[in-house]
Design a protein around this ligand. Structure first.
Ligand SMILES: Nc1ncnc2c1ncn2[C@@H]1O[C@H](COP(=O)(O)OP(=O)(O)OP(=O)(O)O)[C@@H](O)[C@H]1O
Ligand SMILES: [Mg+2]
Length: 262
């Protein structure tokens, strides 16, 4: 469904210098895969998503979506959930969930019906007439997930969507997301810097490091599904995966490699 092929991205610094923020990044995401990219702050995770969405061009290499090179904004059949819920403040929960259907010309009755279905699916049925400012952070996030799922995109990009939430709300939302993903079968590219979240959710974890950002390794997560996230961290399989991936993220391991490159 999506491939990064030898992608390098250069940006100009405020001082006018060109720097590589991503270097020779290659990996593939299969149809219906839940792929998580994990890496430290500044290693280029959000830049990867911006490239995949066609918001910025690659300096070298290419991003291929459904067999076509991405060279303009990809708007059809993709969803994008960011760290901020980005809801329309003057619209109610139901209106927010309906808004992508309105843009797509879906008739009013059908819009209401579908939006209501998704409000129920994310547990917001009692809050459909509330405005975003009257919701908690977790509820806003539920609303933004429903607003994306309602138009049924095949591919969903998520950039640290649960970052600012407390641990309990996060876990509940992660479980909601996994349930939705399992029933609707979507391809997801999920960005996080939280290793526990990465292992709990993903079929595959792509580990990035460094500045410039590079793919260090790509690790399959063989934990069975459905996963009960709240109990997962206690299992020995989980601990093993955590230790393994953490060893790739440890600054000392990367420092050694960088020294070898010099
Ligand atoms: N438009 C831009 N112009 C110049 N530099 C940029 C631009 N966008 C991002 N960068 C630089 O690219 C690097 C990677 O940024 P990016 O936002 O992709 O990191 P990230 O891995 O998502 O970090 P975080 O986990 O903190 O969100 C940073 O050094 C940043 O300063
Ligand atoms: Mg980011």
């Amino acid at each position: 469904m999506l491939e990064f092929r030898n992608v390098t991205k250069r940006f100009e610094t405020p001082g006018g210098q060109e720097v590589n923020v991503l270097q020779d990044v290659s990996f593939t995401i299969e149809d219906d895969e839940f792929c998580v990219v994990v890496g430290p702050s500044g290693c280029g995770k959000s830049t990867l998503l911006n490239l995949a969405l066609g918001l910025i061009p690659a300096s070298v290499g290419e991003v291929i979506h459904n067999g076509k090179t991405v060279n303009s904004i990809v708007s059809s059949d993709v969803g994008y959930i960011t760290q901020d819920a980005n809801l329309l403040p003057w619209s109610t929960v139901l209106e927010n969930i309906m808004s992508p259907l309105e843009i797509r010309g879906v008739p009013k009755n059908e819009r209401r019906e579908k939006a209501m279905e998704w409000a129920v699916a994310v547990g917001l049925e009692k809050f459909v007439d509330f405005y975003p400012g009257q919701l908690s952070g977790g509820m806003q996030k539920r609303c933004s997930i429903a607003r994306t799922m309602v138009y049924d995109p095949a591919m969903i990009y998520m950039d640290e969507p649960f970052g600012p939430l407390d641990a309990i709300t996060r876990t509940i939302l992660q479980e909601t997301l996994l349930n939705l993903w399992q029933s609707k079968r979507k391809t997801i590219l999920f960005i996080t810097h939280d290793l526990v979240e990465a292992i709990a959710l993903g079929d595959t974890v792509v580990v990035m490091h460094g500045q410039p950002g590079m793919v260090k390794t790509r690790i399959p997560i063989p934990l069975s599904r459905p996963r009960e996230i709240r109990h997962l961290a206690a299992s020995s399989e989980f601990v093993e995966l955590h230790t393994k991936i953490w060893s790739y993220l440890e600054p000392a391991a990367n420092q050694q490699e960088e020294n070898e490159l010099i």
